[in-house]
Structures are given as C-alpha cells and as structure tokens.
Design a protein around this ligand. Structure first.
Ligand code: DHB
Ligand code: MG
Length: 225
C-alpha cells in the first residue's frame, strides 16, 4: 500500500457513498484558485465532522483555523435552525476566500468568520463569557495547540466534543528529527495535556487517505454540575 492506493481508495469511498457535494467542489476550486495551502480536510473527513456534530447534538460549533471554509461548511450543514458556527482565522486573505465560499454555500447567516490572532480572540471569548460550544474543531497552527486546548476547555460544557486535526504529521510526531519542529512539539504537548486533564476522556486515531498519513484526536469533556 502506498499514497496512490490510499488516494484511490478515498475516491472509491467518495463514489460509492455519494459524498460529493457541488458546493464543496466549488469551495475547493476557489481555494485552489486563490493559492491557499492544500490543508483542508478530505471529503470523507468533512462528512465525519458533520456526523460528529449531529452525534453531539451541536447547536454551537467553534472552529479554530478556517482556511478556505471547507470544514466549516461541512459542520455547519449539521446545525439545526438557529445554530451557529464561529470560525477563527488569522489570515485575512484566507478569511475572505472562506467568507465567499460560505456565502455561495448559503451559510452566511450560520457561520461567523472572525479574523485575528486566535489566541487573543479566544481570550476575549472566555473573558466575555460567551455560551459554551457543543463541538470544537482545533485545526490551526499546530505549535499553538496547547493554548487552543486550554481555551477550548474554558469554552466547553459537560459533554462538549473536542476534535484535534493533524496529529500524526506524516509520522513526524514520532521521529527523532520531529522533536525540534514546532508543530510536532505543539502536538505532543497537546496530546500530553489532554491525557493529564481529568475533565477529558480522550483518544487519537491515525488515518491514511487522499491527505496522506495523518490522524485526529477526539475528546469529550466532563464537567459535572
Ligand atoms: C497542515 C495543516 C492542516 O490543518 C492540515 O489539515 C494538513 C496539513 C500543515 O500545516 O502541514
Ligand atoms: Mg487540518
């Protein structure tokens, strides 16, 4: 098995499960045209996030790292009437592409893209006591993941689901060389923090597919009344 066969298998799954969505195709095309890095979630991963949102009964979703809005569209599709997805993005150009993708997808009323340093935005949200989120997707600069997890916990309630993207980094997570790389250090600290925090029941899975060898963490928050 190699990257080509993982990719072919993802295509097969997309076809047999009829996962394709013209709005997502259009969003991806706009991301590519705008020269955004190819770091969006895969189509089958996007559907998984959508199912997680439904499983969590999410009415409020927080995304840290919007990029072109692809995963935001996937998750927002799971929201009931009156639901809200807040997505944080530090890069104004990415945010503009995302807003256009979200507008064309008919989700402008549902998704708020907040531009600025995510750490600062999160601090502001905690300070202003915004209502807790039901699902939180952490998918920004991996070096800052420990900070994002701390903020996610502060913005959660009993039962909040927290998903962390890209925890395997093509295997670099375990490489000796990776230990000097900021994204690997951030990811390792993020996983260790999760394990230590008694409010979290957590796991992590590695994946292969169109996006190579990667994976995600999954945690649920316990905050008994
Ligand atoms: C990278 C970041 C992502 O969020 C992703 O999904 C894939 C890759 C990266 O920084 O390399
Ligand atoms: Mg990602």
């Amino acid at each position: 098995m190699n990257a080509e066969s993982w990719k072919a298998m993802d295509s097969y799954l997309e076809d047999i499960l009829c996962l394709r969505d013209p709005r997502l195709d259009a969003a991806l095309a706009r991301c590519e045209q705008a020269g955004l890095p190819p770091h969006g979630v895969a189509l089958n991963q996007g559907r998984m996030l959508q199912i997680f949102a439904r499983m969590a009964g999410a009415r409020r979703i927080l995304e840290i790292g919007t990029l072109g809005g692809y995963s935001a569209i996937c998750m927002a599709d799971a929201l009931p009437q009156g639901g809200k997805l807040v997505s944080l993005e530090s890069n104004l150009r990415y945010a503009e592409v995302a807003r256009e993708n979200i507008r064309v997808a008919g989700l402008s009323q549902v998704v708020d893209v907040v531009v600025g340093d995510a750490g600062a935005t999160l601090d502001g949200m905690v300070a202003s006591r915004v209502p807790p989120f039901d699902l939180i997707f952490i998918d920004a600069d991996k070096k800052d993941n420990p900070r994002y997890m701390a903020a996610a916990l502060a913005l959660s309630r009993d039962g909040t689901v927290i998903v962390g993207d890209n925890i395997i980094r093509g295997g670099r997570l375990m490489d000796e060389a990776g230990r000097a790389q900021p994204d690997v250090l951030g990811t390792r600290a993020f996983l260790a923090d999760m394990a230590r925090d008694l409010r979290l029941t957590c796991t992590a899975l590695q994946t292969v597919g169109a996006k190579g060898w990667d994976g995600f963490s999954l945690a649920i928050v316990s905050k008994p009344a």
